[in-house]
Design a binder for this molecule. Structure first.
Ligand SMILES: Nc1ncnc2c1ncn2[C@@H]1O[C@H](COP(=O)(O)OP(=O)(O)OP(=O)(O)O)[C@@H](O)[C@H]1O
Ligand code: SF4
Ligand SMILES: [Mg+2]
Length: 361
């Protein structure tokens, strides 16, 4: 195998088999200036997160609304400028040249243009992300036109191929988005994302706007496409139930930080962080007897503002077992290896469930 060339000078090493390595990524938004001195106030939407996506696999990023998932997705692809951190991406070359490592956070305009051929994003809302005035053919061939690929006939042929790939008919090409259901519109969005043969797709809540039955169909489609095309996914969702069947690894995010990360089965079988326990308690279990014996952990208060996050552990204002005053308010728990491959940021891990709050099966 050809060893990867480094395109941007700042790019660092990533292990074989890893397609995306995010290192200590932060994104701050300037939100307001107050007072006579008009001191700047910043909202830290993403507060130093690191993760890897391995080739052909799926890392899911899960957390409540506002925890920074979409900001992460956009910063990774530089649709917004990251404040700091590295985003090392392995771009697959053609037969004549091997893979290239690019730090997307530092990439030049020309490098970014190349990156955008290899890494795509699918958004949550298929209605908002498809131009209602364009035909399906124009929508799907947009990236081909932007990258000057093929002539009109070749692009029309590729659109037919892509429609077939996502389970739609070639006769759909001349229709407009409004004549399709939510699930079909999301299929069109996926077809557009596939047009340039990407290796990485970021899926930002791709099924959250869809009915449960349609969700399963789109998730199955994504799974099939991954197997067929060897795609790597960064999959974003706000609840664990959605990611259960699509993930290789799962990272749980809270207020801009990753608090727990593990291989999918390990996380579902042995969650340790109090926040993961709370998210897990909302995942329905198909067995009615087990389900009847479970208790949902309701997190009482609102998510605090990311402008002034709590001292110590960011989850402490909602954590049912927080020791405050004490370590939870005084020291920020670092994300450390709790057991092989299982990362955790908590001073008081809960391997046996949340005593008194959940009944474990
Ligand atoms: N352009 C912006 N300017 C200021 N604040 C922003 C901006 N974009 C996002 N934020 C804030 O950053 C934080 C993270 O937002 P983000 O959209 O990444 O969350 P999310 O996890 O994707 O939420 P959801 O599940 O609702 O999509 C929120 O507090 C949000 O209000
Ligand atoms: S560090 Fe403390 S507050 Fe934070 S999750 Fe663990 S127990 Fe709860
Ligand atoms: Mg979002």
């Amino acid at each position: 195998m050809t060893s990867p060339q480094t395109q941007t000078s700042e790019a660092t090493h990533i292990n074989d088999g890893v397609i995306l390595r995010v290192e200590d990524l932060t994104k701050e938004f300037l939100v307001q200036r107050r007072g006579i001195k008009r001191k700047a106030q910043y909202l830290q939407a993403v507060a130093g997160i690191s993760f890897e996506v391995r080739s052909g696999e799926t890392l899911s990023l899960v957390g409540e609304s506002g925890c920074g998932k979409s900001t992460t997705a956009r910063a990774v692809l530089r649709l917004i400028e990251p404040t700091s951190g590295k985003v090392i991406f392995r771009m697959q070359g053609d037969e004549s040249n091997g893979a290239t490592l690019v730090d997307i956070a530092q990439a030049s305009t020309a490098e970014l243009r190349l990156v955008r051929r290899h890494a795509q994003i699918v958004f949550q809302d298929p209605i908002a992300s498809l131009n209602p005035r364009m035909t399906v053919e124009a929508i799907i061939s947009e990236p081909l036109v932007a990258h000057r690929i093929g002539n009109r006939k070749e692009r029309a042929e590729r659109v037919r191929e892509l429609l077939d790939l996502v389970g739609m008919k070639s006769s759909h090409a001349q229709r407009h988005p409004r004549s399709f259901s939510g699930g079909q519109r999301q299929r069109i969005g996926i077809a557009r994302a596939l047009a340039l043969h990407p290796s990485l797709i970021i899926l930002d809540e791709p099924v959250s706007a869809l009915d449960v039955s349609v969700q399963a169909q789109v998730l199955n489609l994504l799974d099939d496409l991954q197997n067929k095309l060897g795609l790597s996914y960064l999959f974003i969702a706000h609840d664990l139930a959605v990611v259960r069947h699509v993930s290789t690894d799962v990272a749980v995010m809270y207020l801009g930080k990753i608090v727990e990360k593990a291989e999918r089965n390990e996380l579902f079988k042995s969650p340790v962080h109090p926040y993961t326990h709370a998210l897990m308690s909302a995942v329905p279990i198909p067995d009615p007897v087990i389900e009847a014996g479970r208790r949902r952990i309701i997190l009482e208060s609102e998510i605090p503002s990311a402008v002034n996050p709590p001292s110590g552990c960011r989850f402490r204002t909602r954590c049912p077992i927080a020791q405050v005053p004490g370590p939870c308010s005084e020291e920020e728990p670092e994300l450390r290896e709790y057991s092989p491959g299982h990362m955790l940021a908590c001073h008081f891990p809960q391997p046996d469930g949340m005593i008194g709050l959940t009944s474990k099966s």
